[in-house]
Design a protein around this ligand. Structure first.
Ligand code: GCW
Length: 717
């Protein structure tokens, strides 16, 4: 008897019919589809006993298979197809199908990608319907229904109508053709170019499925620090192969266009955008690309920034450069995403001002199929920056927001930092343009004219690591990007809840503990790296670890001392009228509010003001003491995360649990490193004593300065 029971258990385990704690790597992301608890199984199995799925194309077929895959994983059953709509049928189809059309669902305003999920009664039978205008909407509807099950929601009174608020929801891979990923902390590039197009790694499909599950519909395959080679025919064949894998998942491919490509691979003498031969070259190149990849999305361009070529090389504006490419793509429906991340080598202006200075006057000068891609903040993906002043300041130009999933400035892959709250903070910032209450989210999701392109871009944190993102918790940032790009008014906390439930399963207590870790994690990084509005204090080149003392780099704005401006009298960057006046780039009410230290939120204080070390803070402490408090708080928050995670030891599968435990320990060490090095350095400048109770740094300043991490990953090349 014992033996028999053992066999039964083994068989059940193998077929995955019982929940189990087997070693997980994280490869399955938030799509684990483990069996639901017995009390839920009956409910879901009953509701979806039969399936009527009207498939028209490969996107529909992809949606159908994704649905069955999820249902089978979670309920252990595959609903048989049925062409009769009886009780407990799941009915899926597009609006042009007469059966769906007869239901009169509110699909009219939902566009290509929207969907409706509804519980209905048809001829007295309880039915669930997923309907959309196009099959890609069905794909998104399917993933939404599966999510309901993943997070154990009821499915008997569904009434969901949803559509993405942004058109272009796109990952930017900073992947080089040799598979090196700039600012990549998750292994090599996923794109195995050498084996393409001959071999299609199954990971391409899994990647596409993950993206589709969160509504991502575009992928820029190549680094913005671009290589013109990718535009050669032999490479385009490889791109075509990837496009073929992604297409059934509703995803288009895009490439970065190196502005000097006409010279480098076209044999021309110039890349001047007003030169007819250059224009003809790009036109022919676009025609060629579309012959190979008919649904090619378009180009992403970094021009005249950090050494990249661009129109300014020929004394032309960004608009002239972008429009030339836009004209080449327009006949095919392609777009140009032109980055506003510019700062010029010889320009002494405050770096935080340069993008606005250069782009704002170009408002209204771009072609309709150009969208200007603006980083969330004016400097560079720092742990905290005020929102970029261009948002709201170019009302006649489509703007998309670019955020960085890969944590170049937030501890790479080993620091647990949930970025949802950071993106929510930026998206919910009031631009006061044209009037109070107009948030950054409003700016990006309101088309500047009917039909104008909208979008959001995320610099991918994805690579060849088995867990995709270099750490289990960085998956949450990929997930969140998709959700925010779908709806920029999303709430980070709600996203975190869904993610935690889907990714870690488990009971409410586990999910609550994980949420507790995630919620404060970004602020912890701010605290131990760059509190109170400080920014850009990292070590040179690779950006790994602290380097607030660095002052010897060729360009002033590469040096941390440029950003903190600490001296014997105080610390902070004066961006008011008495300083760089970057504040003038914001709407008047903000410029006023942020114009005085007392009305500036303390978490942005040193971004806008140079204040005395003895400046009185709201807490009653001096600025110097407050700074120390933040460093200590940051380290303590990591310790608190560690304690919480310890408590989950028996509630989370072991392999993932151990990985997170190890990474938290690394993070704790590195948080102390940041704290100690920062205190050692700033104390050498402030000459203030450490108050009682504040521990002295473990080493002297020279010790921290001597740390050499030249082989840290992800360095720009
Ligand atoms: O944050 C900086 C990075 C560079 C990057 C640049 C950019 C791709 O350090 O590696 O280059 O931003 O966004 O263009």
């Amino acid at each position: 008897m014992r033996l028999l029971l053992g066999w039964i258990a083994l068989v059940l385990t193998v077929i995955g019919a019982v929940p189990q704690a087997r070693a997980e790597t994280g490869y399955d992301l938030w799509l684990r589809y483990r069996p639901v608890e017995p009390e839920y199984r009956e409910r879901y199995a009953t509701a979806f006993r039969y399936l009527t799925f009207y498939v028209r194309s490969e996107v529909g077929e992809t949606a159908r298979v994704a649905l069955l895959d999820g249902l089978y994983g979670m309920t252990g059953l595959v609903p048989p197809p049925s062409d009769r709509i009886g009780a407990n049928t799941l009915l899926v189809g597009t609006a042009d199908n007469p059966v769906i059309a007869a239901l009169n669902l509110p699909l009219a305003g939902l566009g290509r990608e929207g969907f409706v999920i509804r519980s209905l009664t048809i001829d007295g039978h309880r039915v669930t319907v997923i309907a959309a205008n196009q099959e890609v909407g069905l794909l998104y509807g399917v993933f939404r229904l599966l999510r309901q099950i993943q997070i154990r929601q009821p499915v008997d009174a569904l009434d969901i109508a949803d559509a993405p608020k942004l058109q272009v929801r796109i990952l930017n891979h900073w992947d080089n053709l040799d598979r090196y990923v700039e600012r990549g902390y998750a292994g090599q590039s996923l794109w195995d170019w050498q084996k393409l197009p001959g071999h299609l790694d199954p990971r391409y499909t899994d990647y596409a499925r993950a993206n589709a599950s969160i509504g991502i519909n575009g992928v820029v395959l190549t680094n913005v620090n671009a290589n013109a080679e990718i535009l050669k025919p032999v490479w385009l064949e490889k791109v075509k192969a990837l496009a073929g894998v992604f297409r059934p998942w509703g995803i288009r491919v895009y490439l970065t266009a190196r502005f000097s490509a006409p010279i480098e691979i076209g044999g021309l003498k110039t890349a001047d955008p007003l030169d007819p031969a250059v224009q003809a070259w790009w036109k022919a190149k676009a025609d060629e690309i579309y012959r190979v990849i008919p649904d090619f999305g378009g180009f992403l361009v970094k021009a005249n920034s950090e050494g990249q070529p661009g129109p300014a090389d020929y004394k032309r504006s960004h608009a002239e450069g972008a429009n030339m490419l836009a004209d080449a793509l327009a006949p095919h429906g392609g777009i140009v995403m032109w980055r506003a991340f510019v700062y010029a080598a010889e320009n002494p202006e405050d770096r935080a001002k340069q993008a606005y200075t250069e782009f704002q006057p170009l408002d209204g000068k771009f072609r309709d199929n150009v969208i200007v891609q603006v980083k969330n903040g004016a400097v560079d993906f720092q742990p905290r920056e005020p929102f970029h002043p261009l948002f709201g300041a170019m009302p006649r130009t489509p703007l998309m927001m670019e955020v960085q999933l890969t944590k170049e400035y937030l501890g790479f892959a080993t620091h647990l930092a949930w970025l949802g709250p950071m993106w929510e903070e930026v998206l919910q910032s009031d631009t006061f343009r044209p009037k109070a209450g107009t948030t950054v989210a409003d700016v990006i999701d309101t088309p500047v004219r009917p039909g104008a392109v909208t979008g959001m871009a995320g610099v991918a944190n994805i690579g060849s690591d088995i867990n995709w993102t270099g750490s289990q918790f960085d998956q949450a940032n990929w997930y969140a990007f998709g959700r925010f790009a779908w709806d920029p008014d999303s709430k980070a906390d709600a996203i975190a809840q869904d993610w935690a439930r889907m990714t870690w399963g488990g009971d409410a207590q586990t999910v609550e503990a994980i949420l507790g870790m995630m919620r404060g994690s970004r602020e912890a990084v701010v605290d131990y790296m760059t509190p109170l509005g400080l920014a850009h204090l990292m070590a040179t080149g690779h950006h790994y670890g602290p380097g607030p003392w660095v002052s010897d780099l060729a360009r002033p704005e590469w040096n941390p001392v440029y950003y903190h401006k600490a001296d014997a009298s105080g610390i902070g960057f004066d961006r008011t009228k008495t300083g760089s006046d970057a504040l003038a780039q914001y709407a008047a009410p903000l410029a006023k509010r942020w114009g005085a230290p007392d009305t500036t939120p303390e978490n942005l204080l040193l971004w806008f003001h140079h204040v005395s070390w003895d400046h009185k803070m709201k807490s009653g402490r001096t600025l110097w003491e407050e700074l120390l408090t933040h460093y200590d708080r940051g380290v303590a928050s990591v310790a608190a995360m560690q304690a919480r995670w310890e408590g989950l030891k028996d509630r989370v599968d072991h392999r993932r649990w151990e990985e997170v435990r190890d990474f938290l320990a690394i993070q704790h060490d590195e948080a102390k490193w940041w704290r100690d090095a920062s205190i050692a350095y700033f104390q050498s400048v402030s000459k203030r004593p450490l108050p009682a109770g504040v521990a002295a740094p473990a080493h002297d300043l020279d010790w921290y300065k001597a740390i050499d991490n030249r082989y840290a990953p992800g360095n720009g090349k």
